[in-house]
Design a protein around this ligand. Structure first.
Ligand code: NAD
Length: 320
């Protein structure tokens, strides 16, 4: 099997390659070629950790495997980041393990790629202003991936913890874009594309904040109980997601679904837009992409990175 260490990922995987891998796997999911398996996520009763697996099989790319890992809130005292994961790939012809790949940076890249895919396919024409809600670890990756696909002229941002906003300012400066910290009503009124990437458990962006043609990539909600958007905003938008069942159970749309204001027929898999089977934005004023994060995204970027690592002599071969 091949081992690709976490420390090699930054030199191998580009946002461009992550975008291509994620766009392709969303299309494969929509055409029935790729399936995610049920997610396991458990509190293990040790170190307050949440641990689980996200797996699946993509017949078109022949990626079979799982991402194992989770959230260890006390890791900082050990000088480690709190989210830890590893991707394991298996040979779909024989069942033999074929690769173990560091999954921490890949998770950030595949999550940012997902919102970028939604922006490419759903943003209103002529979008110029990017609004960022959230200023944690993921936010910088999100902004960079969005800037690759959108022709943004400026970035505005808000975060529940204002002391973290320097990350957004620094990232925008790196991209050569002006940045301004604003309150949510201004963000909702001025932004053409909004990315939310927080750990919120209550709605932050309200229906009354959002004005005009807007695309929202809601990326933070990946667990039961989390929430970033006002359900009334969800109810008046055209809705898209990576995987419908996951979106309605653990994604942003769980709340509007529980309230009975939307059902699964109101949500379209983004892959249907990528494959040309759905018109996408059409004449909708607001579109929302609920990025819940599926295992097949992890397998797609890990498969791509193993190929690159082997080509560049950075994969280590071990006998198991
Ligand atoms: P982080 O810990 O670095 O940053 C957390 C962000 O959430 C900050 O903006 C912080 O101000 C805000 N925040 C923290 N507690 C909050 C609260 N109680 N209410 C409102 N906001 C709060 O985290 P990160 O790595 O940037 O990840 C952000 C979120 O994205 C996490 O919730 C994470 O689980 C989620 N995530 C989703 C996916 C996906 O595929 N959808 C993938 C990775 C991470």
């Amino acid at each position: 099997m091949w081992v690709v260490p976490e420390k090699e990922i930054a030199g191998l995987m580009t946002p461009e390659a992550a975008f291509d891998a994620v766009e392709a796997v969303f299309a494969a999911m929509a055409s029935g070629e790729a399936n995610n398996f049920p997610v396991v996520r458990e509190a293990i009763g040790h170190e307050d950790a949440l641990y689980g697996f996200k797996g699946g099989f993509d017949k078109s790319a022949l990626n079979l495997g799982l991402k194992a890992g989770g959230y260890w809130p006390n890791n900082q005292k050990r000088d480690l980041i709190n989210h830890q994961s590893t991707v394991f790939l298996f040979d779909p012809d024989t069942g033999r393990v074929s690769a173990a790949v560091g999954g921490n940076l890949l998770t950030a890249l595949r999550t940012a790629a997902a919102s970028a895919v939604s922006i490419k396919h759903l943003a209103p024409e002529g979008a110029k202003v990017l609004g960022m809600i959230g200023a944690g670890h993921q936010s910088a990756f999100q902004m960079k991936a969005a800037a690759r696909v959108g022709n943004f002229e400026r970035v505005i941002g808000w975060n529940p913890h204002p002391e973290m906003l320097t990350r957004l300012a620094d990232t925008a400066a790196e991209l050569g874009l002006p940045f301004e910290a604003v309150e949510l009503p201004r963000l909702g009124a001025e932004a053409d594309v909004i990315i939310s990437i927080t750990s919120a458990f209550e709605p932050l962006l309200m229906d009354a904040h959002v004005k005009g043609r807007t695309h929202i990539a809601a990326m933070g909600t990946d667990t039961k109980g989390k929430q970033e958007l006002d359900p009334a905003l969800v109810a008046r938008a055209r809705l898209f997601t990576d995987e419908i069942a996951q979106s309605l159970s653990i994604g942003e749309f769980q709340h509007a679904s529980a309230a009975g204001s939307i059902s699964d027929g109101d949500v379209t898999a983004i892959g249907q837009v990528i494959t040309g089977n759905h018109e996408g934005r059409g004449d909708a004023e607001i579109t929302i992409f609920d990025g819940t994060g599926v295992g097949l995204q992890d397998l797609a970027v890990a498969g791509a990175v193993v190929d690159l690592a082997r080509q560049q002599g950075k994969a280590v071969e071990v006998e198991i």
